[in-house]
Structures are given as structure tokens and as C-alpha cells.
Design a protein around this ligand. Structure first.
Ligand SMILES: NC(=O)c1ccc[n+]([C@@H]2O[C@H](COP(=O)([O-])OP(=O)(O)OC[C@H]3O[C@@H](n4cnc5c(N)ncnc54)[C@H](OP(=O)(O)O)[C@@H]3O)[C@@H](O)[C@H]2O)c1
Length: 263
């Protein structure tokens, strides 16, 4: 269900990372429906092509750019931004949804685990944002949404590396928001609880196994609404934060968790 008009983001160019994943793909679709030109990126070429085909089939008029990139690689980020600008013009909106789960309980956490997670969830996200931001500063406008997590606001079992990377992203969001608004650029974060994507399903499954309960019983016990969020629900929140309707929302960490934070 979209509550946004088809020209809400007309004239904007949104770059969506993690578009081959559940939340990123849903976000790219809603932004296209709102009239934005959209650049989609991920590492998986087939998934990226499938998403592009789906969007173009439904919206033949959509201005769409696709470019594979491993965001940890400097040359890939450069190529991504060059292709995006050449195809759809200056980037005015950025959604940082690329991310990975992983890690271990702190007694088993390795340096390699820590570095791997921080490299993608924090460092690469910051580097991509920096590059896009420089151009936004010249335009004197823009909006950025970082996809953090409830784990970026509170710790959960076996999640030290992931939580640290998502806390770091929140810290980055807050601090950058203060600087960026002086240039007319808004920066916010969303903090989803469990979302019904591959990553969310694996996480719920792991917790159910550890607690010896069924997935259904776990969801019932830990989420007041009794269910995971749909990727579209996260996408709609991101989309709202990118519009002018959210023009005085700056440096926020918006929780979407079916009330998980209340338990
Ligand atoms: N699902 C949840 O329950 C949940 C909850 C809270 C927060 N989040 C956050 O939401 C974001 C999206 O998660 P999701 O549920 O949509 O997960 P997902 O379906 O697993 O998607 C993850 C995305 O990140 C991309 N990615 C991974 N490594 C990359 C790399 N090195 N370079 C470029 N892209 C890379 C993947 O692309 P390829 O597959 O093409 O490599 C994929 O598009 C993540 O930041 C996650 O931490 C998810």
C-alpha cells in the first residue's frame, strides 16, 4: 500500500544500496512509485537484473540505473557513482541499506568477524555517504537515510559485533546530521526490529533454536504486534523521511518494531 503521490519525489535521484536485499528492493520500488529516478546497487548481478526487470515492467516510464558494486571496494564505489550520475544526474537522495549480520558471542568473537562487519555496516557506508555528500553540498540540498537496527539502540545476545556496527551508524547519523543541515541536507536513520527478509528470518530462527521455542511462539512472546515487519513497512518509513513532509526531522533514529521496544 502506498500513501505517497506519484510525483512526491519527482525531479529527485535516489541511490539505494542493498537493493538486491529485502529492504533495499522494497525501498527502490516505492521510490520509483513516487516519481524519483532511482539507482539500484548490490553485488548480485542476477538479483539486480531481476529487480530492474520487475520495476521496468511495472513502470516502463521509470528512470532507472543499475550497477553492481562491492561497497568495500573503492573502485566499485567510484564506478557506481560515475554510472549513476551519467545515467540519472546528480544524486539528491541516498538510502544506505547494504549490511550484513554475523559475529558471535563475545567469548568467541574473532578480530576477523569484527573487521568484516564494521567494514561493511559502518566504514563502507560512511565512505559512500561522504562521496555522495560532497556533491549534495554543492547542490545545497539532499536527504540521507541510514538503515541501522534496533540492535543499534540496544544490545541483544550473540550480537556484539553487529550491534557495535549499528550503534556506530547511529552515532555517525547524529553527528553528520548536525553538520549537514547547515547545507540543507537532512540525515536520519531507521531502526527496524525483525523484518521478514532472508536476514530477519535467519535471525529469528537462530533465536528460536537457542530458546527452544517455535518461531511463532517467539514472535508472539517478543513482539507486541505478534509479527515481523514487512520490508514495505520499512520502505514506507524511509520514503517518508526522504520527502519534504519530513523537512524538520533531523538526526532521528526511527524505530519500526511492532512494539518490541515496549517489552
Ligand atoms: N532483516 C532484518 O530483520 C533487519 C533488522 C534490522 C536492520 N536490518 C538492516 O537492514 C539492512 C537491509 O537488510 P535486509 O533485511 O534487506 O537484508 P538482506 O536481504 O540480506 O540484504 C542485504 C543487502 O546488503 C547487500 N550487501 C551485502 N554485502 C555487501 C557488499 N559487500 N557490498 C554491497 N552490498 C552488499 C546485499 O547485496 P548482495 O546480496 O547482492 O551482495 C543485499 O542487497 C541491513 O543493513 C540490515 O542490517 C535488517
Amino acid at each position: 500500500m502506498s500513501i505517497f503521490s506519484s510525483d512526491a519525489l519527482k525531479g529527485e535521484h535516489a541511490l539505494v544500496s542493498g537493493a538486491t536485499g529485502g529492504i533495499g528492493a522494497a525501498t527502490a520500488k516505492v521510490l520509483v512509485e513516487m516519481g524519483a529516478a532511482v539507482t539500484i546497487t548490490g553485488r548480485n548481478k542476477e538479483k539486480l537484473q531481476k529487480l530492474a526487470d520487475e520495476i521496468q515492467h511495472k513502470h516502463p516510464e521509470a528512470k532507472l540505473c543499475k550497477q553492481t558494486a562491492d561497497l568495500r571496494v573503492d573502485a566499485d564505489r567510484e564506478k557506481l557513482l560515475k554510472t549513476a550520475e551519467q545515467t540519472c544526474g546528480s544524486i539528491t537522495l541516498l538510502v544506505n541499506s547494504a549490511g550484513a549480520a554475523g559475529g558471535n558471542t563475545v567469548d568467541k568473537l574473532t578480530r576477523e568477524d569484527m573487521e568484516k562487519i564494521m567494514d561493511l555496516n559502518y566504514t563502507s557506508t560512511v565512505l559512500l555517504t561522504q562521496q555522495v555528500y560532497q556533491k549534495m553540498v554543492q547542490l545545497k540540498r539532499g536527504a540521507i537515510v541510514n538503515v541501522s537496527s534496533l540492535s543499534g539502540l540496544r544490545g541483544t545476545y550473540g550480537n556484539t559485533a553487529y550491534a557495535a556496527s549499528k550503534f556506530a551508524l547511529i552515532g555517525f547519523t547524529h553527528a553528520m546530521a548536525v553538520e549537514a543541515i547547515a547545507h540543507g541536507i537532512r540525515v536520519n536513520a531507521v531502526c527496524p526490529g525483525w523484518v521478514d527478509t532472508k536476514m530477519g528470518q535467519q535471525s529469528v530462527q537462530r533465536k528460536a533454536e537457542r530458546s527452544g521455542s517455535s518461531v511463532e511462539a517467539l514472535l508472539e512472546a517478543s513482539i507486541p504486534s505478534g509479527r515481523m515487519s514487512e520490508p514495505e513497512e520499512i520502505a514506507n518509513t524511509i520514503a517518508f523521511l526522504l520527502t519534504d513532509a519530513a523537512r524538520n526531522i533531523i538526526g532521528e533514529s526511527v524505530k519500526i518494531s511492532g512494539g518490541t521496544v515496549l517489552r
